[in-house]
Design a protein around this ligand. Structure first.
Ligand code: NAP
Length: 496
């Protein structure tokens, strides 16, 4: 441990201190790493060490895969209704413990408490939704082309699955994967991000209280070095039938390649670089509200954050003026303080990337409208920032910033702006503001993105399909289609 860092006991913040877990969760038991090692988890707002969590390795991952395989037999043979009853109890427990889960999240991830509470509700909604959806899995009876044969399609659980998740949504990125998997009858091994294992472990504690059988949900925390080793083990394992990953495009490519030899099914929720277009007929106040929500939520550390603002020349001045005023009203500080609406960035590397993007833009001629520097609240806090006169040679227009910086690029015609918006390797979220119904249809259809927000800066919920095109990934999460990832179709042909 770095001697300058304080070790804080965060149990005192919780109504139910038993939600704070530092061991891994395998086969319904709290276990240490086989090697006996731990890694520290820091509060990004203060640098304090808040936990020393079991640091699992490849051998631990093998064990988790084995118990998940053993648990599969019992879990998939339950009726969907019985699985739904356990999931519904789990949902109720997550909601009942919202405040403690939100506190754990703010302490390990940094986002303001109000956002953490929102994420608990959002994360829980996938458990509720897929508990309901589990009862609606339907196969088919096909019209046979043979008089003496009957043709059916069954939908069955794919088997043992693995999930690897990022730090920016420590609960929702996990429930968006576990919920459809276990609803379908699969079992799962989950490796949370190094920075945010505590929420994942608290979810496991609540799953156990809900009556989840041992081995159905297994959480294997690790540090970044062991993640690489665990990644190799799970990708190579013939027992694992499906890998679901949320994280950077770079790591997604590695995992996809590692899954190729075993021809494993993969679902990838990767990086984004969302355009946000303000047309000349937009409701400017609504566009400003949407820009604030989509840009600065989670300090700009979401895959669906607006990363490029294209604003029509005719409304640029008024939009920038109002956007700057709203940006300056954002209260930056420790997320545990009520009233704070922007917390720190996750770590030094995230802070350095934001500084680099701003410096690069300014060196190439961008104008700093507001922000552009560290905030005095402590480690890794960055001022909400707006840059104008941004041009497409600046890093910020094509690399994911993952920070609270809004670059403004003027435009003057629809075709040109759609072309600019689509000029990205990414294709996750996009946004635009217009009141012209013809333009709304044309632009929504022309944007090469998995999700389009029209006159809104927030669009994700459990009912809608979440996911991207191009190098933003493969597959969709949530919605009536989210369980398809975890179900195989089996064709049965019956001779009479
Ligand atoms: P990351 O560096 O790709 O890490 C994501 C997860 O992968 C972490 O659990 C990490 O473990 C693990 N990992 C890293 N290298 C690995 C390897 N070689 N083998 C196995 N596991 C490995 O991404 P991040 O920084 O946590 O998250 C930010 C990124 O996620 C952004 O690009 C963002 O756009 C994307 N994201 C996408 C969505 C979406 O739905 N499309 C949602 C949220 C975030 P360690 O933490 O232990 O290194």
């Amino acid at each position: 441990m770095n001697a300058s860092l304080q070790q804080i006991d965060i149990r005192s913040h919780l109504k139910d201190p038993s939600l704070f877990r530092e061991d891994a969760f395998i086969n319904g038991k709290w276990v240490k790493a086989k090697a006996g090692t731990t890694f520290s988890v820091n509060n990004p707002a203060t640098g304090d060490i808040i936990a020393n969590v079991a640091n699992l390795n490849g051998a631990d991952a093998e064990l988790a895969i084995t118990v998940a395989e053993q648990a599969l037999i019992g879990w998939r043979s339950k009726t969907a209704k019985d699985r739904a009853i356990v999931m519904r109890k789990w949902f109720d427990l997550i909601i009942a413990n919202t405040e403690d889960l939100a506190i754990l999240m703010t302490l390990e991830q940094g986002k303001p408490l109000v956002e953490s509470r929102g994420e608990v509700a959002y994360g829980a909604s996938f458990v509720e939704w897929f508990a309901e959806e589990s009862k609606r899995v339907t196969g088919a009876i096909l019209e046979s082309t043979w008089g003496d044969k009957r043709m059916l399609v069954l939908k069955q659980a794919i088997g043992v699955c693995v999930a690897i998740t990022p730090w920016n949504f420590p609960i929702a990125m996990i429930t968006r994967k576990i919920a459809p998997a276990i609803a379908a009858g699969c079992t799962m091994v989950i490796k949370p991000a190094e920075q945010t294992p505590l929420c994942a472990l608290a979810l496991a504690e609540l799953a156990q209280r809900a009556g989840m059988p041992a081995g159905v949900v297994n959480i294997i925390p690790s540090d970044a070095d062991q993640s690489i080793a665990i990644g190799k083990v799970v990708c190579a394992s013939p027992t694992i039938r499906h890998l679901s990953f949320t994280g950077s495009t770079e790591v997604g490519r590695i995992l996809m390649a590692q899954c190729a030899p075993s021809v494993k099914k993969v679902a990838l929720e990767l990086g984004g670089h969302a355009p946000f277009i303000v047309f000349e007929d937009a409701d400017i106040d609504a566009a400003v509200a949407g820009a604030i929500a989509s840009k600065y939520r989670n300090s700009g550390q979401t895959c669906v954050c607006a990363n490029r603002f294209y604003v029509h020349q005719k409304v640029q001045a008024i939009f920038v003026e109002k956007f700057a005023k709203a940006t300056q009203a954002i209260k930056v500080g420790n997320g545990m303080t009520e009233g704070v609406s922007q917390g720190p960035l996750i770590d030094d590397a995230a802070f350095a990337k934001v500084e680099k993007h701003v410096a690069d833009a300014i060196s190439k001629g961008a104008t700093l409208v507001t922000g552009g520097k560290a905030n005095a609240s402590g480690l890794n806090f960055y001022e909400p920032t707006i840059l104008s006169n941004v041009t497409s040679d600046m890093l910020i227009t094509y690399e994911e910033t993952f920070g609270p910086v809004a670059p403004i690029i003027p435009f003057d015609n629809d075709e040109a702006v759609v072309k600019l918006a689509n000029n990205s390797q990414y294709g996750l979220a996009s946004y635009f503001y217009s009141r012209d119904i013809g333009r709304v249809w044309k632009v929504a259809e022309a944007l090469e993105y998995g999700m389009v927000g029209v006159n809104t800066g927030i669009m994700s919920n459990e009912v809608a399909p979440f996911g991207g095109v191009k190098q933003s990934g493969l597959g969709r999460e949530g919605s009536i289609w989210g369980m398809d990832e975890y179900l195989e179709m089996k064709y049965v042909c019956v001779g009479l």
